[in-house]
Design a binder for this molecule. Structure first.
Ligand code: B12
Ligand code: SF4
Ligand code: SF4
Length: 420
């Protein structure tokens, strides 16, 4: 009998075993390819996978093993310090962050992806400030999920028998820890994941798979040096020490995540920000490079939607629920809802120090949403002189909602122009 021809079943074995008949007996044996080269089969797969991800439009790709993230204890300290504020979905899933297995059962590897979103052309001067990532009017989750789907479908076709799951943002996964492990960059003092070539204007996403792959070297150095530009520039002092952000003091949190009014002493710091905040990235020297930006090609997050770049606070107060839904249903603003956006607009107007804006705020003070009324009364009190005292007193008599009553009372007591 001659030497049998090995019948290699890569689908069954992930390339790690050969299976063949020897004297009519089915034999499983470690693959000589794998044995002689360590992880050669996996190297090939990793390279191809990266190529597929890049073809789908991702700008950064790295691969790391599914392990307990290094920063897990730091997440616990962060939660215990109350830095998550009202974002209790993080606390609720505290244990799930221990291992990516809780996101995808049987996961062995994470393909960590980055998608750049800032166009090299500076946006036109706007009436108010909207975070760069939202200026396209597209919801980045939708854009990224579409790309993840393209990659997943192609990988499932080519690597039959393996499973993939795409995640962005919402899974209990410390995305920046895994990005660092996958070699994409380091976490700066502003807590952003920064790449030496691509800066930090990019989103992260991950494809989790039960396929074992060849892994990138973790990014083990930090390149912030003695710089403290982000800490110095943060208007609400949210970066409480290098690498630690008190989420409950961040403008991004106040304008997008929180359902409440920001603490009185931090409202001034919100300045002109209607949605999100970019300051700690704008001042970062790693974002000065041309390569941190992308072309505003069609469909890219870097394209500016004039509906956003020409938006004014006054226009926002003219939108009822139906109008707001029609205009913003598919945009990042939808997360804050109409009441959140109008609350933010009232704070921006209050910060402008211009009493001619009071009539717009008076419209907002009649809004059906208590949060909007409360923010408007605050702004009226801040902008107003003695002239608004009678208006606020009357409003207090008519108002029944406790949150709004408190804001009016505070203005009646503390506003500079008010008779004491
Ligand atoms: C909750 C959340 C927020 C919160 C809290 C932010 C925060 N820093 O935690 C708020 C609403 C404030 C927020 C704001 C923003 N966010 Co956000 N956010 C998230 C989310 C959903 C979870 C983050 C999280 O788990 N935080 C928990 C804390 C513990 O994590 P951490 O701050 O990174 O803490 C680490 C460091 O402190 C580090 N550390 C502590 N001490 C030390 C010491 C040393 C020496 C070192 C090296 C490290 C270190 O260890 C901790 C654990 O990893 C992620 C998506 C995800 N699933 O990861 C997006 C995410 C972080 N956000 C993102 C973005 C784009 C933003 C904004 C820019 C949006 C905007 N323009 O307004 C701002 C930026 C604010 C900032 N400087 O971080 C991107 C960041 C991409 C990137 N390149 O880094 C992410 C990854 C979303 C995504 N899918 O792309 N966000
Ligand atoms: S996003 Fe704005 S408020 Fe938040 S940490 Fe950065 S500079 Fe501070
Ligand atoms: S501004 Fe300076 S300290 Fe802050 S993240 Fe960038 S390099 Fe690091």
């Amino acid at each position: 009998m001659g030497v049998p021809t090995p019948d290699v079943h890569t689908d069954w074995s992930q390339g790690q075993f050969q299976c063949f008949f020897l004297d009519s007996v089915l034999v499983f044996k470690p693959s000589p390819i794998i044995r002689s080269t360590g992880t050669k089969g996996a190297v090939l797969k990793s390279k191809q996978i990266k190529q597929i991800c890049r073809q789908a439009g991702f700008d950064l790709v790295g691969i790391c093993p599914a392990v307990t993230p290094n920063g897990l204890s730091r997440l616990h300290q962060w939660l215990d310090a109350g830095f998550a504020g009202e974002m209790d979905y993080i606390q609720r899933r505290r244990e799930a962050y221990s291992h990516p297995d809780s996101v995808f059962n049987g996961v062995k590897s994470l393909i960590v992806l980055g998608l750049k979103y800032a166009g090299s052309k500076q946006p036109e001067k706007m009436d108010l400030r909207v975070s760069r990532y939202a200026q396209s009017g597209m919801d980045y989750h939708d854009v990224i999920h579409e790309k993840l789907k393209t990659v997943r479908q192609q990988l499932e076709r080519e690597l039959k028998g393996f499973r993939f799951r795409g995640v962005v943002d919402t899974a209990p996964l410390l995305e920046r820890e895994f990005a660092q492990l996958a070699g994409l960059g380091w976490q700066g003092k502003n807590t952003m994941l920064i790449s030496k070539t691509d800066g930090s204007w990019f989103f992260l996403a991950a494809l989790l798979t039960d396929l074992k792959l060849d892994y990138d070297q973790p990014f083990e150095t930090s390149h912030c040096g003695t710089c403290t530009a982000c800490i110095d520039a943060c208007p609400t002092d949210a970066i409480v020490k290098p690498f630690v952000l008190d989420g409950s003091k961040c403008i991004s949190y106040f304008t997008i995540e929180s359902q409440s009014l920001p603490p009185m002493d931090l409202r001034k710091g919100i300045g002109e920000w209607l949605f999100g905040c970019d300051i700690c990235q704008e001042v970062c020297p790693w974002n000065r490079k041309e390569s941190a930006y992308v072309e505003a090609a069609e469909g890219s997050l870097a394209v500016l939607d004039p509906d956003f770049s020409h938006l004014t606070c006054t226009q926002l107060f003219e939108l009822d629920d139906i109008e707001f839904r029609r205009k913003f249903r598919k945009t990042p603003f939808w997360r804050s809802k109409r009441r959140g956006i109008l609350r933010n607009a009232a704070i921006v107007l209050g910060n402008r120090g211009d009493a001619s804006l009071i009539p717009v705020l008076k419209i907002g003070s009649q809004d059906v949403e208590p949060l909007v009324r409360a923010a408007c009364y605050w702004a009226i009190g801040v902008l107003g002189s003695v002239s608004v005292h009678a208006f606020l007193k009357k409003a207090l008599q008519a108002e029944i909602h406790e949150l709004v009553r408190k804001e009016i009372q505070k203005q009646l007591i503390s506003s500079p122009g008010m008779p004491k």
